[in-house]
Ligand binder design. Structure first.
Ligand SMILES: [Zn+2]
Length: 404
């Protein structure tokens, strides 16, 4: 039996993409990196407009009148702030999240459909966000200098609740989830579930093609509500059984290794660091933005100042966040290889994600921007795994899929 050449097989997979497809993926992906920067600038510009117009400071003055009503002020100012920010940012969102996706052939959603879903999700975030803002300002008023630590605790508890309720109350507003219909796909998924100790009644197919043509699957929820969902785009793009096993194996890796919990822990730490920095940066940022009518960090009319700081910190911390998710994604791939044992199925699926993640970025680009390891690196690891299996004598003998 000839020795498997992992490098050559990786290249063979990458060669199934045409130069045009690769050029398009590179343009889409690298344009996306710039969107991060422009998006942060848009957030700062919107914050600046809110400060200049004095709409929030005026609102707070009117609510408080002659006596302080801090809870009511933070609720009303918070909700108005979130709604206005959404409106002012809307042209940018239309461009970045709908028009650009359409240009690259990644969505078929009509504009009206996109807009009504965007409005629905903005309404949900304004309601949740308004409550969070009230809690956060309560903490800032009550806990003084240590607010950043308490605040990090609050946002973490809040995110935990949101994660738990998402599959029950939020996702059904946007998509229909059904358990996989009887047939070979269901059978493959159930077998794999039994083997990995994942509850097989937690695996769904949803109509993801409504919003996006991206070939994708995910895990959502937390604790009892966690579930794995495959977008119908997988099947529209002809996913075969090895592919389904490889993809579901990857998602089971996220599920079994409880990656959401790890990420929640990382989120808590980052929130503490971000709030601590925000506490130190508030005064200089306030001066820089000319927000002299804001009465300090406990004033909800200072929300745009917090948002501007958040935009800058978000940009600076991008490589930390992406590096952590890359580690988790690599772990899920490893889980898939170990349990589903479908290196070529995994490669075939990964090639289909290359249209929205250029497959072969430079090391620097991957480190800073990629929230998944590059397709090239992921396929190489799969091919190396296959070569090791063969060397150990337990190989899946055929490599008939290798040519794609
Ligand atoms: Zn993943």
């Amino acid at each position: 039996m000839p020795q498997i050449d992992a490098a050559a097989q990786t290249q063979a997979w990458l060669d199934t993409l045409s130069p045009e497809e690769i050029a398009r993926a590179v343009a889409y992906t690298q344009g996306g990196h710039w969107l991060l920067l422009w998006g942060a600038l848009v957030s700062i510009a919107v914050a600046w407009i809110m400060i200049r117009t004095g709409v929030l400071t005026g609102l707070r003055r009117r609510i408080e009148g002659s006596r302080p009503r801090p809870k009511r002020a933070s609720l009303v100012v918070g909700v108005v702030y979130l709604a206005l920010t959404w409106l002012l940012t809307l042209p940018w969102s239309v461009f970045a999240n709908w028009w650009r996706e359409k240009q690259y052939g990644l969505t078929q959603q009509p504009f009206v459909g996109w807009l009504s879903e965007a409005a629905l999700s903005a309404t949900i975030s304004t309601l949740f966000g308004g409550l969070l803002i009230v809690g956060l300002y309560f903490i800032i008023r009550r806990t003084g200098r240590a607010w950043w630590a308490w605040g990090a605790g609050l946002v973490t508890v809040f995110l935990t609740i949101v994660l738990v309720v998402t599959p029950m109350f939020i996702e059904p507003l946007f998509n229909t989830y059904t358990s996989a219909p009887d047939g070979p796909v269901r059978q493959a998924v159930v077998e794999l579930a039994e083997q990995t100790g994942t509850p097989s009644d937690k695996i769904y197919i949803y109509d993801g093609s409504r919003q996006s043509d991206r070939y994708t699957a995910n895990v959502s929820g937390l604790f009892g509500t966690a579930r794995i969902a495959m977008s119908d785009t997988m099947f529209a793009q002809g996913a075969d059984l090895p592919e389904v096993r490889a993809v579901v194996g990857h998602e089971m890796g996220h599920y079994v290794h409880m990656h959401s919990l790890w990420m929640l822990g990382v989120f808590a730490l980052s929130a503490a660091v971000a709030f601590w920095l925000t506490d130190r940066l508030f005064r200089p940022a306030q001066r820089l933005l000319g927000a002299d009518r804001v009465q300090g960090i406990a004033d909800p009319a200072g929300l745009p100042v917090l948002a501007a700081i958040g935009a800058v910190l978000g940009l600076l911390f991008t490589p930390v966040g992406t590096t952590l998710t890359r580690l988790i994604e690599a772990d899920a791939d490893q889980f898939s290889l170990t349990h589903a044992q479908e290196p070529d199925g995994l490669a075939k699926a990964l090639i289909k994600t290359a249209e929205y993640r250029a497959p072969s970025p430079s090391v620097l680009e991957e480190t800073i921007f990629y929230d998944h390891p590059s397709v090239e690196n992921r396929i190489r690891r799969a091919m190396e795994w296959k070569a090791r299996q063969q060397a150990a004598g337990s190989a899946p003998l055929s490599d008939e899929h290798a040519a794609g």
